[in-house]
Design a protein around this ligand. Structure first.
Ligand code: PLP
Length: 354
């Protein structure tokens, strides 16, 4: 596809790496293309970063038809820039689109526009340790009518943001509150789709947890409030009596690419990994009898994030004395090593931008 390029006339100054944070700064350009039932995807363009003009009746604003992805471009030691398993993000985006009745983007087209955009903005990939260029592709229903019906027009955008470490405290263990009232998703709903609505529904519990000093919420299943699902924007894993246990993909959990990568690394390292139902009672028992050895969240933003404390119905449990465990550390080192090109990528996960 032809991608029109409109270069910015006022390039911005790049931020100091110590001030990056997460999603505060944006690059000079953004990618956009439009979809209509008649024309398919068209008018692909890389244009100066700036506000979108949308109709006040835009479908996404009223009926929530919006999906997104999150992946990073990493600066290797040799100066080159690479992506991590981008095709997995593209496939997941199409699965999310299918669930919300948004249009599919053919995989090769999506990869082409993504890599072309990253090439254009690659100078924005920061070089300091642990920093990266976060890519946020998103798509929304863009019909200019209040009628409720399947989407006829959609817009796909990619923006990019140089980011530091997701957690201000770095790799220090986080405190997580197990939510026993609100639920995030149910089977048959949109839990497996990466859509903005899931986050809107999560905010109330997230705020309650934050007020009590917890950084994120751990969700239980929406029907029985009995089985562990995932943490705010991360999947969750536990080491119980030597084995790795993680909730299976049941339809209400986001199929994380970091989760999938952790499982593949762990299996290669010889660990037994069980993807299954894990009840709060089983976890509670493991916390009490000391067989819960490690707990961590995993997701693109934080990579791997050790959990140092879990709180369930006002009872607090300390995990691994509030310290990062050996398996969590190994996963962090392996994944970040591959992502930043510091260790050999024996899995073939990296995708170099030339
Ligand atoms: C994005 C996301 C994850 C993590 O997925 P990755 O592909 O590993 O980044 C986990 N849970 C939720 C709810 C998410 O939105």
């Amino acid at each position: 596809m032809d991608i029109r390029f409109e270069k910015t006339s006022c390039p911005k100054e790049k931020p100091e790496s110590s001030t990056l944070g997460f999603g505060k700064f944006f690059t000079d350009h953004m990618f956009m293309m439009d979809y209509s039932r008649e024309e398919g995807w068209h008018d692909a363009r890389i244009i100066p970063f700036g506000p979108l003009q949308i109709h006040p009746a835009c479908t996404a604003l009223h009926y929530g038809s919006e999906i997104f992805e999150g992946l990073k471009a990493y600066r290797r030691a040799d100066g080159k820039v690479q992506l991590f398993r981008p095709i997995e993000n593209i496939r997941r985006m199409n699965n999310s689109a299918e669930r919300l009745c948004l249009p599919q983007i053919p995989e090769d087209l999506a990869l082409e526009v993504l890599t072309t955009f990253v090439k254009t903005e690659q100078d924005w990939t920061p070089t300091a340790n642990g920093t990266s260029l976060y890519l946020r592709p998103f798509m929304f229903g863009n019909d200019e009518t209040l009628g409720v019906h399947a989407v006829h027009h959609a817009t796909f955008v990619i923006i990019a943001s140089p980011v530091g470490s997701y957690y201000k405290e770095g790799i220090n263990p986080v405190k997580i509150m197990i939510e026993s009232e609100d639920v995030r998703a149910v089977r048959g709903g949109t839990g497996y789709a990466k859509c903005g609505g899931n986050y809107a529904a999560s905010n109330r519990a997230g705020e309650r947890a934050e007020k009590k000093g917890y950084s994120q919420v751990l969700w239980l299943d929406g029907v029985e409030r009995k089985y562990i699902e995932e943490v705010g924007a991360m999947n969750v894993m536990f080491k119980i009596a030597g084995k790795i246990v993680t909730p299976m993909l049941s339809g209400s959990i986001l199929p994380g690419i970091t989760r999938k990568s952790c499982i593949e690394v762990l299996k290669k390292e010889g660990y037994e990994v069980e993807e299954r139902l894990l009840s709060i009672d089983e976890l509670d028992a493991a916390m009490k009898d000391g067989t819960l050895e490690e707990a961590w969240g995993c997701g693109t933003a934080a990579v791997v994030s050790p959990i140092g404390e879990l709180c369930y119905k006002d009872v607090k449990y300390t995990v691994n004395e509030g310290k990062i465990g050996a398996v969590t550390q190994k996963l962090y080192d392996t994944l970040t090593g591959i992502q930043w090109g510091k260790i050999e990528d024996s899995f073939g996960w990296t995708y170099q931008i030339d």
